[in-house]
Design a protein around this ligand. Structure first.
Ligand code: CUA
Length: 315
């Protein structure tokens, strides 16, 4: 099978893709064959048995046993083939090889986070080694999302309070689109990322570098890195304009009116609480759209974001 894809299908870039596509084409060609056959016969009969003068009326049609057996047996054989073929492929897609690298995937409105075995993590970019089985342990921290990489023929729901699994083995290096395939709210269509398939050596280097992210940086500098990499910038601006969330410019130290009418001074504890439990105290005029970062940030990362927001504060 051509690995660069066709008009109908994206590239096949995982070990299972060829098998999935073969079954897909088998079903599609059967569909096309019978569609043509049935429509063709229908048109033929419409013409052949059209109404004519009374004398030419055809006699009533009696049953045809042979025909009935044929149109029962052939479709039964076909659906049986499709069932066992599909079930066999389904099992292969379900059961990950024992030596697979296990990566934790968390869907959250509206991004993906990945936790690697050595403690590294990344957002919206899944880095995996080529020709190595990768098992995904998938969950969600808010609503149902769906992890979908068309080039690998991998799709699995991310459900809150439940672990689902999927696995794949990428056969080509490169970047492949990752989508959320379950409608999950306002920015569902923007909840996309990339799977970057690299050599095993590059994968090792990347996860090691990522694990020590922030080493040698001050908390404030590290916070500035996280502001981008943890995607804070998609909702919180630095220039004073209000987006989905309050701007970070001049936020720290300011007094904000909350939705219940009370006032709060933005200090270290408020910022920390707003990262871990964003809906606890919402500033007036904003919607409760942010989900918790509990478990997605290490302590030093929370400290770094607090320090960064502090550096952008009112004084
Ligand atoms: Cu997440 Cu759609």
């Amino acid at each position: 099978m051509d690995s660069t894809g066709s008009i109908i299908l994206p590239s096949s870039s995982s070990t299972i893709a060829g098998e999935v596509d073969a079954l897909f084409y088998f079903i599609m060609y059967i569909g096309i064959f019978f569609f043509t056959l049935i429509v063709g016969i229908t048109i033929f009969f419409v013409m052949k048995y059209r109404r004519r003068k009374k004398a030419e009326l055809t006699p009533d049609i009696a049953e045809n046993k042979l025909l009935e057996i044929v149109w029962t047996v052939i479709p039964s054989i076909l659906v049986t083939i499709i069932f066992f073929w599909g079930f066999n492929t389904f099992l292969k897609m379900q059961v990950a090889p024992k030596d697979a690298i296990e990566i934790k995937v968390t869907g959250q409105r509206w991004f993906w986070s990945f936790d690697y075995p050595n403690g590294a993590n990344s957002q919206n970019e899944l880095v995996v080694p080529v020709n190595n089985p990768v098992k995904l342990l998938i969950s969600s921290s808010d609503v149902i999302h769906s992890f979908f990489v068309p080039d690998f023929r991998v799709k699995m729901d991310a459900v809150p309070n439940l672990y689902t699994t999927a696995w794949f083995e990428a056969t080509r290096q490169g970047e492949f689109n990752l989508f959320c395939a379950e409608y999950c709210g306002q920015q569902h269509s923007l909840m996309k990322g990339v799977v970057r398939v690299v050599t095993e050596k590059e994968y090792q280097e990347w996860t090691e570098a990522n694990m020590n992210l922030g080493e040698g940086l001050s908390l404030e500098e590290f916070g500035a890195v996280l502001y981008k990499s943890k995607l804070c910038h998609t909702c919180h601006s630095l220039d004073g304009t209000a987006n989905k969330g309050p701007t970070f410019k001049g936020l720290f130290g300011s007094i904000e009116r909350l939705q219940d009418g009370s006032d709060i001074t933005v200090d270290e504890n408020y910022v920390r609480e707003s990262i871990l439990n964003p809906r606890a105290k919402i500033v007036m005029g904003f919607e409760p759209v942010m989900s918790t970062y509990q478990g997605l940030l290490r302590d030093r990362e929370i400290d770094a974001l607090v320090a960064y927001i502090k550096s952008l504060g009112a004084e």
